[in-house]
Unconditional design. Structure first.
Length: 434
């Protein structure tokens, strides 16, 4: 995600913990309705129960209108409270046995699912519970399958792999996507529209670019000319190859700036800017960095959001250094330092580990991105070039596919380098005086 564009990073305040049960897989059938700017959904959730006394389970469900909940063929009672759906379970469910609950629901366009009728565009944005029941908690991972019913002539991008070519009638075409790697639900999403498309191969990774008119199969590769280099750079610094067969980038009508599992979305203005100035690739580089820092290694809770955004913002600067030289890196770091200095001056400096992330202010977001990136830069200076990059690599490889907290980052950098970083983290991260 990118704070530069004022992206609303308000996270579900009451992110739900899974207690006594565990989700494995979400399979969603979603039908967007362009005429009414609404949608209908049918979610199937595979899960197991660990506690036979479990009476209910809670899902995040935004303002969705839930019509029916079933366990197999049995209809279950449910309650709505605030943004959650509480599903009441039958007594004495067997533990450890695969179970499937289905939820039929409807919803209306919102910040989480946007329609653009002119381009027949429909796309998701943070957060996922605005378009499907799920668990917004970033520490919960599940695989995800999506079947989208779309008008003919519309292209779609979803998570993971396109399972088959779209099939159906002129009126409604099924697009099926599947993400086999369990991922946090905030990385689920899709984008569909009357896009032009271009494709390249970069090593083992297919690169696909999408955008509405006036973008063309000729101009899209110009917008995304550096993508292969970005992925190679991050893979080398991470010590982890890009994990999926394809990486897709989509330009959307209207504002957009978000990473998702296997793809990212940006506004069409990003494409226009890059065509005018091929150096204006900050956003593309930032969202690509998240495929490692954010998606591959994920903050356990939003309290440690700086691990996602501070590291991704720092890695964006590091990529620009690799691509355009040291001066560009210094400009990025000085910009972060200036923003941080202004916050400090205004008395708004805080620990990068937040007591909660229920109602973050603009200053809090700037701390996470700008101070976060600056702290990683200062760590680079403090540790020295070789030790820092080895540490970042060890951190990324050790925690790949896992949830992390700030202590994990510190521990990985310390054990990799043999350095004692307690004073550094106290000063820069936790804002504690000696
Ligand atoms: Zn970001």
């Amino acid at each position: 995600m990118a704070a530069l564009l004022g992206w609303a990073l308000c996270v579900a305040p009451n992110a739900l913990a899974q207690t006594g049960w565990h989700v494995q897989h979400f399979a969603l059938q979603l039908e967007p309705h362009f005429e009414t700017r609404s949608f209908t959904g049918a979610l199937a959730m595979d899960f197991t129960v660990q506690d036979s006394a479990l009476q209910y389970l809670d899902l995040d469900a935004g303002d969705l209108q839930v019509a029916r909940v079933q366990l197999g063929t049995a209809i279950l009672a449910f309650e709505r409270n605030a943004k959650q759906l509480r599903i009441l379970l039958p007594k004495g469910l067997a533990t450890g046995i695969p179970l499937k609950i289905t939820v039929a629901y409807e919803g209306k366009a919102s910040s989480g699912l946007r329609f653009d009728a002119d381009t027949q565009q429909v796309a998701t944005a943070f957060s996922t519970s605005l378009w499907t029941p799920c668990l917004d908690d970033p520490a919960v991972r599940a695989s995800f399958a999506l079947a989208l019913g779309l008008p003919s002539g519309v292209l779609s991008v979803g998570n993971g792999e396109r399972v088959s070519e779209p099939t159906g009638t002129d009126a409604k075409v099924q697009h099926v996507w599947q993400l086999d790697t369990p991922m946090p639900s905030y990385l689920y999403g899709f984008a569909a529209g009357r896009f032009a498309q271009a494709r390249q191969i970069a090593g083992a990774t297919a690169l696909e670019f999408f955008g509405p008119a006036p973008f063309t199969p000729q101009t899209l590769p110009q917008v995304f000319a550096d993508t292969a280099d970005m992925l190679a750079f991050y893979a080398e610094k991470a010590g982890v190859a890009y994990p999926l067969p394809a990486y897709r980038q989509v330009l959307l009508s209207g504002p957009a700036a978000q990473e998702m599992a296997g793809f990212s979305v940006m506004g069409v203005r990003y494409g226009t800017r890059v065509l005018a100035n091929p150096q204006a690739i900050w956003l593309g580089a930032h969202e690509a960095a998240h495929q490692w820092w954010g998606n591959g290694v994920t903050n356990r809770s939003w309290r440690h959001f700086w691990l996602n955004e501070g590291i991704a913002t720092f890695m964006t600067a590091a990529y620009l250094e690799h691509r355009f030289g040291a001066e560009e890196y210094q400009d990025q770091i000085e910009a972060a330092r200036t923003k941080y200095a202004a916050l400090k001056e205004a008395g708004l400096d805080r620990s990068l580990v937040f007591p909660d992330w229920d109602a973050p202010t603009a200053a809090d977001r700037s701390l996470v991105y700008d101070k976060g990136a600056l702290v990683v830069h200062e760590l680079r200076q403090f540790m020295g070039e070789a030790r820092f990059w080895k540490g970042l690599r060890d951190y990324t490889r050790t925690h790949w596919g896992q949830s992390v907290e700030t202590a994990d980052f510190q521990r990985a950098m310390e054990s990799s380098s043999g350095m004692d970083l307690r004073v550094f983290f106290k000063r820069w991260v936790y804002l504690q005086s000696e």
